[in-house]
Design a protein. Sequence first.
Length: 173
Amino acid sequence: MMDWRLRRAEPGDEPALSLVAAASFLDAFAGVLAGPDIVAHVTRNSSVEKFATWIADSDSIVAIAEHPNGAAPVGYTVLTPPDFPIPTGPDDVELRRIYTMPVANGTGLGALLMKRAIADARALGRKRMLLGVLGTNNRARHFYERQGFALAGERRFNVGGSWYDDVVYARDL
């Protein structure tokens, strides 16, 4: 098992986070979503400015994972107030993002990032974590189910100019 470095992101980490966000989203959805939709989505939702906003927001936590050899960014999580079409409350948090680069596949980094996200959510005083995932993304869905998440609803999610069907998962913390 690799000795990944996980830490809370801070000002100055935005370019690294934006890079990993774009690359990991492309890796995850190339061949699944339309290329122009991927580019539009990443441009709008994974910019340096977007990460700066999350890092500065006291209701959000961004964590970054770095490779033990050279500290290259290889994964991240983003926790924010929830934005779902299901009932939510002040004790809820959304795991808006959890991604790793292919170099980390099969190393346990995903589980470590989830453990970190749960600890960060608890540090915010939250009692339930929600997340949305593409309904046809069976690999991710199985990962979330292994992490204790259960179906809580559905939503339509816009990526670029196209709409997709997501499922919403929840788990108590």
